[in-house]
Design a protein around this ligand. Structure first.
Ligand code: CMC
Length: 442
């Protein structure tokens, strides 16, 4: 955990009928300072704070990821995401997020071998896949399978939170979710599953499980593996986003890691969060099917006050740095593979129009990470129903790192917000409303 710079600054809060209250100011190593109301506000004043959507509220102190939404900066453990995307592999970034430092040569070998060791899923779990209905959304399958891991690997289920048990659970998740994701795809297309191989690295192994078949082995392409590493890296963490907050909130009840991560997967599925990547491609397919130009589509979205999926972000009020990385990776991949994706030209035109249109500019709406990621996945051959699963695979290290950090934080508590009650005042049941009374109804 990063040190808090405590210089005994206080914020003075004046409320009607109360003596002024001095509240501690907490300064991190970067970013906005916070007024700490944890212990003093309600106790000393009887007031609570109200902050819909947590626009102004920090829920914890964290040393994992820093992001500056005004400047478009994103750092994992201090390293710029651009540098990591350019020079690292996804599994090394996963190690960094979980352990706090980049792996050295020895740690890298051990990490790879651990990931390999845990890549198979229990044979009984494999049978689950056959019992989901055809067309089941892969996120429904993924969340169910991840929570099921706690039944098959219960060591961390009973809160046996020893470091070794936690590390094994974390590695198991990273390795097995990749296998589960590929198996759920194979199930959806009615093909036999392809098992993980110890001779392949993380991303290559995933691609092989997805696309190899008994009749045709998968042909590895360096640029595809590179692009997959890049998109997974940019998704790897994003501090207190909706799904990570879900993992922390559910984890605060001391449930096991698998259950907390399954909650994160469910939160991610929503179209305002990770589900936006599928929505973006569906939106552009719809635009092409309507025969609309980019300009007509923009005007319709504005007129009907619809969402331009892949645009906007709670924190970024400028271009999302991840979107820049994904866009570059997307252009390079399509170029190297000689792919002419019909969606891309409209997307580029739409971006150009929207980023010069007052409607979007005045609302600080710019492309986010999901705008171009779908085109990368399409070029790799991943169907749109699997896009959010890909996001989940990328976000896993972040969820795990936050779950671990939270449990290690002596100030971390059961998350239980207050509310401002606006319902009816005290009232009593009328005779007609009673079920049990003088005369028992049958
Ligand atoms: N298209 C059109 N208008 C938008 C959009 C958009 N994508 N996003 C926000 N607005 C409008 C919104 O209607 C509101 O307008 P008005 O002031 O007239 O009422 C204004 O901009 C402010 O929006 P908000 O809803 O208060 O902003 P928020 O911070 O609550 O929402 C968001 C953030 C991501 C939910 C939203 O921008 C959105 O729904 N975007 C589309 C979905 C999307 O791409 N999500 C992926 C986010 S990045 C991946 C991740 O980390 O989750």
């Amino acid at each position: 955990m990063a040190d808090t710079i405590n210089n005994n600054d206080k914020a003075i809060l004046t409320l009607p009928g109360h003596e002024p209250v001095a509240l501690p100011i907490v300064r991190g190593t970067a970013g906005d300072p916070a007024i700490d109301i944890t212990s003093d506000l309600r106790k000393n004043t009887g007031y609570v704070s109200l902050d819909y959507g947590y626009h102004n509220t920090a829920s914890c102190q964290s040393a994992i990821t820093y992001l500056d939404g005004e400047k478009g900066i994103l750092l994992y453990r201090g390293y710029p995401v651009e540098e990591l995307a350019e020079k690292s592999r996804f599994i090394d970034v996963a190690y960094l997020l979980i352990n706090g430092h980049m792996p050295n040569k020895q740690e890298r070998l051990e990490w790879s071998s651990l990931l390999n060791r845990h890549s198979l899923i229990h044979e009984d779990m494999r049978h689950f896949f056959s019992h989901f209905p055809d067309g089941a959304h892969p996120m429904a399958i993924l969340s169910a399978m991840v929570v099921s891991l706690s039944a098959f690997y219960p060591e961390v289920s009973q809160n046996a939170l020893g470091t070794e048990a936690i590390n094994i659970a974390a590695t198991r998740l990273l390795s097995k979710v990749r296998t589960i994701a590929a198996f759920s795809y194979k199930k959806s297309i009615g093909e036999p599953v392809v098992h993980p191989r110890h001779d392949l690295r993380y991303c290559a192994n995933f691609l092989n499980m997805m696309f190899s078949s008994p009749v045709a082995p998968y042909e590895f392409k360096r640029e595809v593996i590179r692009a997959l590493n890049t998109v997974l890296i940019v998704h790897a963490d994003h501090e207190q986003n909706c799904s990570t907050s879900a993992v922390r909130a559910v984890g605060s009840a001391h449930v096991n890691l698998y259950a907390a991560v399954a909650a994160g997967i469910c939160a991610l599925w929503g179209p305002l969060h990770g589900g936006a990547n599928q929505k973006v491609v569906e939106m552009f397919e719809d635009i092409l099917a309507r025969g609309e130009t980019a300009r007509q589509a923009i005007e319709r979205i504005k007129r009907e006050k619809k969402l331009l999926f892949g645009f906007g972000h709670r924190i970024y009020k400028t271009y999302d740095p991840r979107a820049k990385i994904v866009k570059k990776s997307c252009m390079e991949l399509l170029d190297k593979m000689h792919i002419d994706d019909p969606l891309l030209a409209t997307m580029l035109e739409m971006e150009e129009l929207a980023t010069h249109d007052d409607y979007f500019l005045s609302r600080h709406l710019y492309p986010n990470v999901d705008f171009y990621s779908g085109v990368v996945y399409r070029a790799i051959g991943i169907p749109k129903e699997m896009f959010t699963v890909m996001f989940a695979l990328g976000r896993l290290p972040g969820w795990i790192a936050h779950w671990m950090e939270a449990l290690d934080d002596p100030r971390f508590k059961l998350q239980r917000p207050r509310q401002v009650y606006v319902g009816p005042s005290l009232r009593h049941l009328t005779d007609d409303e009673c079920y049990y009374g003088d005369q028992m109804k049958v």
